[in-house]
Design a protein around this ligand. Structure first.
Ligand SMILES: Nc1ncnc2c1ncn2[C@@H]1O[C@H](COP(=O)(O)OP(=O)(O)OP(=O)(O)O)[C@@H](O)[C@H]1O
Ligand code: SF4
Ligand SMILES: [Mg+2]
Length: 324
C-alpha cells in the first residue's frame, strides 16, 4: 500500500500484479486544471484470488482498472506483472503483454459489433494474436452457450446475460491470466446476475484465473471476492478479506457502505448522505473528511497513510471506528 512498501503481503501469497502509487488524471476543461481520478493507489493482486474493488460512482474504479492494462497508461506509478513493468512497455512488447490482462465491461451489448456473427467476434482475438488452433466452440461451451446454435448468430439475437457470456468468451479465448471485470453484472436483470457471477467463479477455477471484480455495490462484491478494496475519491480507504471487512469495518466510509446494504445490522447513523466533492478540487488531508462523521482538525491537515491494523487488514484513517 502507499508508503508501506507492500509489506502487507503474507509470505505464502504469490503476487501476480503489483500496483504502486498509481496516479490517473484527466484534463478538466479549463486550462491547467485536472481531474484527480486515481490519486496514489497501491495494492497487490495475488495469483488465483478475486480482489473486489468497491466505491461509489466516480471514485476512480474504472480509471484504475484501465490504467492496469495501460489504456491509457497512468500519469505515474508502477504496474508490475510478474515483475515486469508494464508502464515502461511500448509497441509490440506492450501489445503482447496486454493479452495476459483482459477486461470485461458493464454493457455487453454495446461492446459487441452488431454486424458480426458470434463465431467471428469470439474468433477475432486469436486471429489478431496469431494464437494456434480454433477454440471458439470450446470457449462458447465454457461460458454456457451452445456452439452449434450460438456461433452463427449476431449479438441482437441474444439477451443481455447471453451477450455478457459472449464477451467473457471473447476474453477467455486469449488465455488471460488476469480478468478485470468492470461492473460485469450491473446492467443485467437481478435474476441473471447470479448466473453470471457463478459462471465467473466456475471459469476462474477451470482456467486458473485471477480476477479483479469492480462494483459500486458492496453486497455484490463481498460475495465474490477474497479480499475487498474500498475506494473513495481516488484513494484506498481500507483493504481486507471480505469477511473481516464486513464484520470489523474500521473506516467510516466502509461502515457507511455496509450500513447502506438493506440487510445490514449496522446502525443507520453511520450512513452518509450527499455527493462526494469534485475530484478537480479534492479536500485537503483526508479526502473523505467533508462527509465523515468522525473528522477532526487533523483530518484536514494531514493525509492518512495506509497502515496495517490486523492480519491482512489495512486502513487509511486517523480516527477509526471504536471496534478497532
Ligand atoms: N476520459 C475522462 N475524461 C475526464 N474525466 C474522466 C474521464 N474518465 C473518468 N473521468 C472522471 O474521473 C473520475 C473517476 O471516474 P471513473 O469512471 O474511474 O469512476 P468509477 O468509480 O468507475 O465510477 P462508476 O461507478 O460511475 O463507473 C470521475 O470524476 C470521472 O468523471
Ligand atoms: S482520516 Fe479523519 S476524515 Fe478521514 S476517514 Fe478518518 S476520521 Fe474521517
Ligand atoms: Mg466505472
Amino acid at each position: 500500500m502507499a508508503g508501506s512498501g507492500n509489506a502487507h503481503l503474507r509470505p505464502r501469497d504469490e503476487v501476480l500484479l503489483r500496483v504502486e502509487d498509481l496516479v490517473v488524471e484527466f484534463p478538466a476543461g479549463r486550462a491547467g486544471r485536472t481531474v484527480s481520478a486515481v490519486a496514489g493507489v497501491s495494492f497487490d493482486l495475488r495469483r488465483g484470488e478475486t480482489l473486489g474493488i468497491v466505491g461509489e460512482s466516480g471514485c476512480g474504479k474504472s480509471s484504475a482498472a484501465r490504467a492496469l492494462v495501460q489504456l491509457p497508461p497512468p500519469r505515474s506509478g508502477s504496474v508490475l506483472l510478474d515483475g515486469q513493468e508494464l508502464t515502461a512497455l511500448r509497441g509490440e512488447a506492450l501489445r503482447r503483454t496486454r493479452r495476459r490482462l483482459q477486461m470485461i465491461f458493464q454493457d455487453p451489448i454495446s461492446s459487441l459489433n452488431p454486424r458480426r456473427r458470434v463465431r467471428d467476434i469470439v474468433g477475432e482475438g486469436p486471429r489478431v494474436w496469431q494464437l494456434p488452433g480454433d477454440r471458439v466452440d470450446e470457449v462458447l461451451e465454457a461460458v454456457g452457450l451452445d456452439p452449434g446454435t450460438a456461433a452463427e448468430r449476431r449479438p441482437h439475437e441474444f439477451s443481455g446475460g447471453q451477450c455478457q457470456r459472449i464477451s467473457i468468451a471473447r476474453a477467455l479465448i486469449l488465455e488471460p491470466e488476469v480478468v478485470i471485470c468492470d461492473e460485469p453484472v450491473s446492467a443485467l436483470d437481478v435474476s441473471v446476475q447470479a448466473q453470471i457471477l457463478n459462471l465467473l467463479e466456475d471459469l476462474k477455477a477451470r482456467y486458473r484465473l485471477t480476477l479483479v471484480f469492480i462494483a459500486h455495490d458492496l453486497a455484490v462484491v463481498k460475495n465474490v471476492s477474497d479480499r475487498v478494496m474500498v475506494m473513495y475519491l481516488g484513494k484506498v480507504c481500507e483493504l481486507a478479506p471480505g469477511g473481516d471487512l464486513i464484520s470489523r469495518p474500521a473506516h467510516p466510509y466502509t461502515r457507511a457502505l455496509i450500513a447502506s446494504i438493506p440487510s445490514s445490522a449496522r446502525p443507520a447513523e453511520t450512513l452518509i448522505t450527499g455527493e462526494p466533492p469534485s475530484p478537480v478540487d479534492p479536500p485537503s488531508g483526508c479526502r473523505f473528511r467533508t462527509r465523515c462523521p468522525r473528522a477532526t482538525d487533523r483530518c484536514s491537515l494531514e493525509e492518512p497513510q495506509i497502515r496495517q491494523i490486523g492480519e491482512d487488514h489495512w486502513l487509511a484513517c486517523h480516527n477509526p471506528a471504536p471496534n478497532h
